[in-house]
Write a protein that binds this ligand. Structure first.
Ligand code: PLP
Length: 311
């Protein structure tokens, strides 16, 4: 992570090194926060935030699911993000808005604790590496199951829920793999520790449905649309673990990782052991969409209007 100059905290722009919270912040103890991961790209139209409205919508929905009223409007957070990118002089960046129960009340009943909001932006390269995006990564099916809807809310992007992803990620990296694939509580394939998953077999693209405890990924939605626009059949249905090993191609989607092919799972080569033609085709269009080169998907870009520091 490369520090930038300023962070937005509860309506103020503060220096990166001064963006601090009290040690008795509720969210720090109990995970009572919700957040988003968003990216802005340096496009021909200028710096543009990919599917900004959709990400902020999800932030508000995640918060609602945990009874957390965000004390700003979506539009206020959107324009604060634009201004923050401009004031930091960034042309492309990762964007991390977070709303969390702040300082003032301890114990498990949080509704009297304030809801604080912060937005940070910084330069961040491809999460699974540029090489991974090009040649594919090696993944391992985790011994940890994705959080069950019987205990938590998989559709909410809530801070505390990420302990599940952290355990899976540590396990996979210690075992020498780049990413973990989690099964849901019924043993069906769910998703990566921070990405949705797609399986290509016999000219059909399959991805686990909402009922498989996935996070409803914004890049998942985008890739489903792109794949269909390119004439591919995309089916949302339960995926058995063995279908991973039998797949012709597999890829992951997520804001941090973008679209990343998987070349091996549990030491089984996927297809030829390198990114296949369907993955390549969709990836090329997806990258065009992110970078403003695809006319058809220009609506997905929220062009940052504030002049940057270097402009
Ligand atoms: C657990 C999990 N699943 C899936 C995703 C992919 O979601 P998106 O495409 O909206 O970034 C993410 C990343 O936000 C994630 O953390």
């Amino acid at each position: 992570m490369e520090p930038s100059d300023l962070i937005w905290m509860n309506g103020d722009f503060v220096a990166w090194e001064d963006a601090k919270v009290h040690v008795l912040t509720h969210g720090l103890h109990y995970g009572t926060g919700v957040f988003e991961g968003i990216r802005a790209y340096d496009t021909e139209l200028g710096t543009a935030v990919f599917r900004h409205q959709d990400h902020l919508d999800r932030l508000f929905k995640s918060a609602e699911l945990y009874y957390m009223p965000i004390p700003y409007s979506l539009e206020e957070l959107r324009s604060a993000t634009h201004e923050l990118i401009g004031r930091n002089g960034l042309t492309s960046c990762y964007i991390r808005p977070i709303a969390y129960r702040g300082y003032g009340q301890m114990g498990l009943f949080p509704l009297e604790a304030p809801v604080d909001v912060a937005i940070a932006v910084w330069s961040w390269g491809a999460y699974l590496g540029e090489e991974g995006k090009r040649t594919g990564i090696r993944a391992k099916v985790s011994s940890w199951r994705r959080i069950s809807p019987a205990s938590l809310i998989p559709q909410s992007k809530a801070s505390g829920q990420y302990l599940n992803s952290v355990l899976a990620k540590i396990e996979s990296q210690k075992a020498g793999y780049e990413e973990a694939i989690l099964l849901d509580d019924h043993g069906n394939v769910c998703e990566g520790s921070g990405e949705n998953i797609f399986v290509v077999r016999d000219d059909q693209i399959v991805t686990p449905p909402q009922s498989a405890s996935i996070l409803d990924g914004i890049n998942r939605k985008s890739v489903i649309q792109i794949a269909r626009d390119l004439g591919h059949e995309v089916v949302e249905r339960n995926v058995a673990r063995a279908e991973l090993y039998l797949a012709d191609e597999i890829f992951l989607t997520g804001t941090a990782a973008e679209m990343c092919p998987v070349r091996e799972i549990d030491d089984h080569a996927i297809g030829e052991g390198r990114p296949g033609p369907v993955t390549r085709e969709i990836q090329a269009t997806f990258e065009d969409a992110l970078n403003g080169r695809a006319e058809r998907y220009r609506d997905w870009l929220d062009v940052v209007k504030v002049p940057s520091k270097t402009a």
